[in-house]
Write a protein that binds this ligand. Structure first.
Ligand code: AMP
Ligand code: ZN
Length: 499
């Protein structure tokens, strides 16, 4: 039984799709005016994890993610860079798709672009005007929120003060809860702006109507799930509901899912605050994109995640241990004798499934994987894993259909260790003892021991699976599993996955 939190009811609910076996999911996608930052990517990653978890549960998933390629920001950007809107947004859409692939986010079923669906948007707007839910003013069209009595149910906005037309109208797409008013469905073209013909003269769509029109076009009038960052609850999703339900007369979305923000030192990561990293920034600093993926999912989706480079380093180390483990199990000869591992694998699988089914608790599911690694590692070191190791590999492959972090190039951990060893030798040659010691400690933290031999330094794997020297206990939680949050030291504000 898959349960997920619904922002509309503010409860975790059992999920069943409207049409047996098929889940329809719409996720608000990027506005392609710049590189996505890793906060944006975290939200897209949660959409990917949700889809993967549903597919593993046996559902077919039709997931749609829109690409907003016309709005105030894209128009201003194209003008600034002296490009046509199409050229400008194509460039940033390409970067967005590259980043998804780098982060192992599986392609959505469809990625509709706003500029290719102006006709569908005009159809919805026409219906709203015909039904008396929208009105024209100076070549723009506004949604009359007083005509939709349920306005505010998702976000909790109090409509009474805002529901008269005299209160005024909003042309801007983004505004605060206190400013709730009639909002623009269609905006009359400003001088020199890209525009499309409409019954109300040349103009362009407002942001909110894009998602309504494209969701209905590809997924139907009632969709199972709709996902977007928590900042989209108001006004974007509140307005989507009002327009859609006023136009179709039926429920628009059954489950609203809102991942929390990625934060940096207590503040939302955002372009306007300048406190952001793009994926490219991190790759240029030498981080592995899979470590970024791992870090972004170490906090539950309804919890904020504090981003630090330290956390990213810990993710890298956790992956190194995981990959090393998988390589070593794969190397066990097929005819080797070993102990029975079925109880351990079964326990891991049960915990993994329970995590996914409980509001997509990926950190809890990852903890099940790392617990199995810790349990089997001492047996590996003692050469007590035989052909039964196959079961462990099967479980890892199954878990990875959702997690997307375990698959790796064979020997990639060794290559990394070799590179660090070479760097340590160079540091020693330069008499940079501090750096040489730092590298030794870093390797030790991965369970790798350096031995100085007459033929030069060599490394071997220690038995970190038994006692990991760098692991600390989190004060926040008394559970043993809090020691390691999904394989990462619980030192950077993350919570125990068993909560
Ligand atoms: P945008 O390209 O600005 O329209 O945003 C794309 C997605 O990223 C939306 O779902 C936003 O809610 C989400 N988002 C924006 N900032 C953050 C952040 N700091 N952490 C997580 N998601 C974010
Ligand atoms: Zn949207």
């Amino acid at each position: 039984m898959f349960r997920i939190h619904n922002t509309m009811t503010r409860r975790k609910e059992e999920f069943q799709p409207l049409h047996e076996g098929l889940v329809t999911l719409y996720s608000c996608g990027p506005t392609v005016y710049d590189f996505p930052h890793i906060g944006n990517l975290r939200t897209f990653l949660w959409s990917d994890l949700l889809v993967r978890a549903l597919r593993r549960r046996g559902f077919e998933v039709h997931n749609v993610m829109n690409v907003t390629d016309v709005d105030d920001k894209t128009i201003a950007g194209a003008e600034r860079e002296g490009m046509s809107l199409g050229e400008y947004t194509a460039k940033y859409a390409d970067y967005f798709f590259e980043d998804l692939e780098t982060l192992r986010i599986q392609p959505a079923w469809k990625y509709p672009r706003a500029t290719e669906h102006i006709g569908q948007m005009l159809d919805v707007i026409r219906t709203l005007v015909d039904k008396g839910h929208a009105y024209e003013q100076d070549g723009s069209v506004y949604f009359d929120i007083s005509s939709y009595p349920n306005y505010g149910r998702l976000s909790g906005v109090v409509p009474d003060e805002h529901t008269s037309r005299e209160f005024g109208r909003l042309d801007s797409d983004e505004y605060e809860l206190e400013d709730a008013r009639d909002f623009a469905l269609w905006k009359a073209a400003g001088p020199g702006e890209p525009s499309w013909d409409s019954p109300w003269g040349p103009g362009r769509p407002g942001w909110h109507i894009e998602c309504t029109a494209m969701a209905i076009e590809y997924l139907g009038e009632t969709i199972d799930m709709h996902l977007g960052g928590v900042d989209l609850v108001f006004p974007h999703h509140e307005n989507e509901i009002a327009q859609s339900e006023a136009a179709t007369g039926t429920q628009f979305v059954r489950f609203w899912i809102h991942p929390e923000h990625l934060i940096v030192e207590g503040e939302k990561m955002s372009k306007s605050k300048g406190n952001f990293y793009t994926l490219r920034d991190l790759l240029e600093r030498g981080y592995d994109p899979v470590a970024v993926r791992h870090l972004l999912m170490t906090a539950h989706y309804r919890k904020q995640l504090n981003f630090t480079l330290d956390g990213l380093e810990q993710s890298r180390q956790a992956l190194a241990r995981l990959w090393d483990f998988a390589d070593r199990v794969a190397e066990v000869p097929e005819d080797a004798e070993g102990v029975d591992l079925s109880a351990q694998v079964h326990a891991a699988l049960t915990k993994f499934d329970a995590g996914l089914d409980d509001d997509l608790n990926i950190p809890g599911a990852m903890a099940a994987v790392f617990e199995l690694v810790r349990g089997v590692n001492p047996l590996l070191s003692e050469a007590r894993v035989g052909a039964e190791g196959r079961q462990v590999l099967d479980f890892l492959a199954d878990a990875d259909t959702v997690l997307g972090i375990i698959d790796h190039e064979k020997g990639s951990v060794d290559a990394e260790v070799d590179a660090l060893m070479a760097e340590r030798e160079a540091a020693r040659g330069d008499k940079d003892w501090a750096r040489a010691d730092e590298i030794r400690d870093e390797l030790l933290a991965q369970g790798i021991v350096i031995e100085d031999t007459p033929t030069g330094p060599r490394w071997r794997r220690g038995e970190w699976g038994v006692s990991e020297p760098h692991v600390v206990r989190s004060d926040a939680c008394s559970h043993a599993s809090a020691v390691v949050v999904a394989g990462v030291q619980a030192t950077h504000g993350q919570e125990c996955p068993c909560h």
